[in-house]
Design a protein around this ligand. Structure first.
Ligand code: PA5
Length: 476
């Protein structure tokens, strides 16, 4: 696989050896011949990707956000000294990306650090649920008078986010009087939706989600960049990493040169072999929430009832989140011996930011003493290799994306790689990876049940559903 010259050390790598029949045999594994035959499909799907590139506005984000980045950095610098806490209110793509990047690039106990240890940057919270206990609980630990709330909703109308916004706005109004607007920054569409109208009327600072960028593809615009900048993440490097990945992917069209196409076509071929589950398993706590971000990207993009021609296809591959090494003592038993229905995607890290030595002790107990003199880093790598090997021996497809280290540059690459892989998988499956009609039925029923004008029929439909049968409800 060719990598842009001179940058190998900074680049993630994609290792698909253990997806292949060379190691797994022909029943489970994918042969080089399968890949060669699939090149015609890749060519066609790749051409469609090229033709649609101007519609895929998210693909230009590494380049189109330059001016916005300066505005974000200026705003973040000014807000830094003013606020102790920064709270994201957003759900789906508006919450998962900010969470993933924060966990990846900031201190693992960031909020517990002193202000000086955080270099003056505010504490960071993402509220992506409306659970009343958790929401009320947040208000027990932050002082609204020293908190900046970032309401993120592309559509400007998502019930969960708007409900959170209404609660916070009222609380700020009561506590701070007319100054409350300075505690709210809105990230939304520039013209459409309710939030932009409210923001303009009330004078909130605003940042915009570019037209045509869907929620789950929005991490590299202000949706993700503002929260990242508020904790000191180098957002220019994040975008530079994405741009470098784009350069790699845009110049390579074959399975053995383009890692996004290779991963997409392997998943596509694996689905054909009944692998209906895609496990994302980082061997790194920093990348733990990256698995959540991937789960939304993969599930919402590919899970579709109909193909582009309108035929019912019920496409998709169920993403499962796992964490190395924690899940070795939980889900790995199933991955190794359960149904042959999974692809396990490992995220590996070459160099961790810390090295922790394991002291030597208990020389007379060999089963303990062998650990001494090693490091947690070595143990982590050994366990990852051991799991990869165990899966291989059990005939289970697995692959590894290796980040030389987790930093803004490599993370930008990873985000962009998986976004292009997802779009390519959508093309191979012949579905629209950018809509989410399956979410609408539940949304509309909620609107109806909550009394939103215009949705009365949705309420009626729920109310008129045949009553549940008591014989299927057990109660003591
Ligand atoms: O990917 C998507 O488009 C969705 O998951 C959205 O991110 C999610 O529904 C939130 O939407 P919004 O940002 O409009 O509030």
């Amino acid at each position: 696989m060719s990598v842009p010259a001179g940058t190998q050390q900074d680049f993630l790598s994609v290792d698909v050896n253990y997806m292949m029949a060379d190691f797994l045999g022909g029943t489970q594994g994918i042969s080089a011949l399968d890949l060669q035959r699939a090149q015609a499909l890749i060519d066609k799907a790749g051409q469609r990707m090229q033709q649609k590139r101007s519609e895929m506005v998210w693909r230009e984000l590494p380049y189109s956000q330059t001016a916005v980045v300066e505005q974000i950095l200026a705003y973040a610098a000014q807000a830094k000294g003013q606020f102790e806490n920064f709270v994201v209110l957003g759900i789906g793509g508006s919450g998962l990306g900010p969470t993933a990047v924060h966990q990846a690039l900031n201190h693992p106990y960031y909020n517990e650090l002193s202000a000086a240890q955080r270099a003056g940057f505010p504490r960071f919270y993402v509220v992506d649920n409306i659970d009343p206990e958790r929401f009320a609980g947040l208000l027990d630990v932050i002082n609204p008078a020293t908190t900046l709330f970032n309401v993120i909703t592309k559509s400007g109308s998502t019930s969960e986010t708007m409900a959170q916004f209404l609660i916070i706005r009222e609380m700020l109004r009561q506590r701070l009087g007319t100054d409350y607007a300075a505690h709210i920054v809105a990230t939304t569409d520039q013209t459409k939706g309710n939030l932009i109208a409210i923001a303009c009327e009330e004078g909130y600072k605003t940042f915009f989600v570019p037209d045509g960028v869907g929620g789950r593809f929005s991490e590299l615009c202000p949706v993700g960049l503002l929260p990242a900048a508020m904790t000191g993440v180098d957002i220019k490097q994040l975008l530079a990493g994405a741009a470098a990945m784009d350069e790699w992917l845009s110049n390579c069209r074959t399975w053995d040169s383009n890692p996004a196409y290779l991963r997409a076509v392997l998943q596509y071929l694996a689905i054909g072999k009944g692998k209906n589950i895609s496990v994302m398993m980082p061997y790194s706590e920093a990348l733990k929430y990256f698995a959540d971000w991937y789960a939304q990207l993969w599930a919402e993009s590919l899970g579709k009832r109909v193909d582009l021609a309108g035929n019912e296809v019920f496409a998709g591959q169920t993403p499962v989140k796992a964490l190395g090494v924690t899940d070795q003592h939980s889900q790995v038993q199933l991955f190794t011996e359960g149904p042959f229905d999974k692809v396990v995607n490992f995220l590996a890290v070459g160099e961790f930011k810390q090295e922790v030595a394991i002291p030597s002790a208990f020389g007379t107990i060999p089963g303990v003493a062998f650990l001494g003199g090693h490091t947690l880093n070595e143990l982590m790598q050994a366990e990852r290799r051991a799991t990869e090997f165990a899966l291989l021996k059990a005939g289970r497809l697995n692959n590894t994306i290796m980040l030389p280290e987790v930093n803004a540059y490599t993370l930008g690459q990873l985000i962009y790689l998986l976004e292009v892989e997802t779009a390519m998988a959508g093309e191979l499956l012949g579905i629209d990876a950018f809509d989410q009609p399956g979410v609408e039925a539940g949304k509309n029923a909620t609107y109806g049940l909550m009394g939103r004008p215009g949705y009365e029929q949705n309420k009626q439909a729920v109310d008129q559903e045949a009553p549940k049968l008591t014989k299927y409800i057990l109660q003591r």
